[in-house]
Design a protein around this ligand. Structure first.
Ligand SMILES: NC(=O)c1ccc[n+]([C@@H]2O[C@H](COP(=O)([O-])OP(=O)(O)OC[C@H]3O[C@@H](n4cnc5c(N)ncnc54)[C@H](O)[C@@H]3O)[C@@H](O)[C@H]2O)c1
Length: 444
């Protein structure tokens, strides 16, 4: 496959940036945006973009990517649902009338639609549910395209290995790959992690992280809807497509902890279950709470908690580090407050949390335009695997070593999905889906 040539650049002025992003940036203080750093990120040559998976995040990611450079045009879309694509196209056309031109011929529907959309593009946004990410990413890399792929990167270990193979191939082909772990692009996180790496809290002795919050609503079956159609529409609630919510959402916190530790845990054990997610019409098979104790190579422990869909309970989303010289608290008060206490005290108070979903598209476009190395896949694959390790430990009720988890052959996501196949899980005669039972479930 031919390596794509770099695309020449022109200047994106601060004024044109503000004009093109003011609607999307919304409540964010514009002064927070590192606009000057990306003053060269716009291009005169067209960068053709395809959107694969035209749901909520796909539409958001396309909008935010188009904000970065007027030289990017959305020219192809792929989805399995016509109504989702139509809604997405309408929103994007309104937001970017001069950057969205997706002819009928370039609108592809079905399980193989992604291949056709990818073929037309220079840059592909992969924003399907995560079970599909390894396959859609691998195809884009095979076709020699730059990619932005949403987190998490997979739901099982075979998927992670497929992603790592794609990461290698992408490097060889000089492709630029961004991943939707947006906290990496928030300046306050970057500053806090840098200080911790420079020794601000001394040697790290323990860490805690939390995502105790709201849930994506479960969806009821529509009249006449088939089993596979239903599970794919209510994908969040089926482990074979979402990986469970520890993988879908808590990955954001686990990713910060790995970033701080510059590595991944070597083992995990924990507990969890579903106490309130018990409506068989809505809640599929995922848990509603997990507690996982992870251990890193140097013996440092990470105590991680996530809970969803449990009204009336404490809410908290943040990360904390305790060291021999002080402590660090990251992302508290809904991402607005960061602080280090002790002899190297520091704090950052933001009026509004930085919009990582917007910021993450600047370095990707900059790397494509300026032909600089850019590949976020390996770090994101390790963070995804960390979340999968936690799920394996909790579902099985065992102490699970990283190596056995990483080498697991248990594949939840089928190689190929088609409308005439049976889904990997089915409800019993009473309509209940299989749910993991710690101590009994084979989870890796
Ligand atoms: N980084 C973040 O903060 C963040 C936030 C939300 C979602 N996400 C991620 O974005 C991804 C999409 O989530 P969402 O909220 O947009 O879900 P969604 O249900 O709104 O959209 C998913 C879309 O993908 C389509 N789709 C499903 N299978 C497909 C296939 N095989 N081929 C083509 N299209 C297919 C669906 O029809 C739908 O339009 C998920 O991986 C999710 O974890 C990330």
């Amino acid at each position: 496959m031919k390596t794509p040539a770099p695309i020449s650049t022109t200047n994106l002025t601060r004024r044109s940036f503000l004009r093109s992003t003011s609607a999307a940036v919304g409540g964010l203080a514009l002064a927070n945006l590192p606009i000057e750093r990306f003053a060269h990120a716009a291009g005169s040559d067209t960068l053709k973009m395809a959107l694969v998976g035209c749901g909520g995040r796909g539409t958001g990611a396309a909008d935010q990517n188009l904000n970065v450079s007027k030289g990017t045009k959305l020219i192809a879309m792929a989805d399995i649902a016509r109504n989702r694509m139509d809604q997405s196209l309408e929103i994007l056309k309104k937001a970017h009338p001069d950057q969205v031109d997706v002819s009928q011929a370039n609108q592809f529907i079905g399980f193989d639609a992604y291949k056709e959309a990818i073929a037309l593009a220079d840059l592909v946004l992969v924003t399907t549910p995560q079970g599909f990410h390894p396959y859609h990413l691998a195809e884009a890399v095979k076709q020699g395209k730059h990619v932005f792929v949403e987190k998490p990167l997979a739901v099982d270990a075979p998927g992670i290995r497929r992603v790592l193979a794609a990461a290698e191939e992408a490097k060889k082909k000089n492709l630029k790959i961004g991943v939707g772990l947006q906290r990496h692009h928030q300046v306050a996180y970057q500053e806090a992690v840098k200080r911790i790496h420079e020794g601000a809290v001394g040697d790290i002795t323990s860490m805690t992280c939390y995502w105790l919050g709201n849930a994506r609503a479960g969806l009821e079956r529509l009249p006449g809807e088939g089993e596979l159609q239903y599970q794919l529409r209510n994908w969040y609630y089926f482990t074979w497509i979402s990986g469970d919510f520890i993988v879908d959402q808590h990955i954001h916190n686990l990713d910060i902890m790995n970033w701080i530790k510059r590595g991944h845990p070597v083992r995990a054990q924990g507990m969890g279950g579903r106490q309130v997610r018990n409506d068989k019409k809505l809640h599929g098979q995922i848990f509603d709470h997990f507690f996982v104790e992870y251990e890193y190579e140097d013996g440092c422990k990470l105590f991680s908690q996530c809970r969803q869909g449990t009204p009336g309970t404490h809410q908290q989303v943040d990360e904390h580090v305790v060291g021999t010289k002080g402590r660090a608290d990251l992302g508290v008060q809904n991402g607005k407050y960061f602080r280090i206490t002790g002899p190297n005290a520091w704090e950052s108070r933001l009026k509004a949390a930085e919009v990582g979903h917007q910021l993450e598209h600047f370095p990707l476009i900059e790397a494509i335009r300026e032909n600089k190395p850019y590949n976020e896949l390996e770090i994101a694959a390790m963070s995804t695997m960390t979340a999968i390790l936690g799920r394996m430990a909790v579902y099985s009720g065992k102490l699970v070593e990283w190596d056995e988890a990483f080498n697991s052959k248990l594949q939840l996501m089928p190689e190929k999905v088609s409308w005439d196949m049976k889904p990997p899980v089915e409800p019993d005669a009473d309509g209940n889906y299989p749910v993991a039972v710690p101590g009994k479930t084979v989870a890796l």
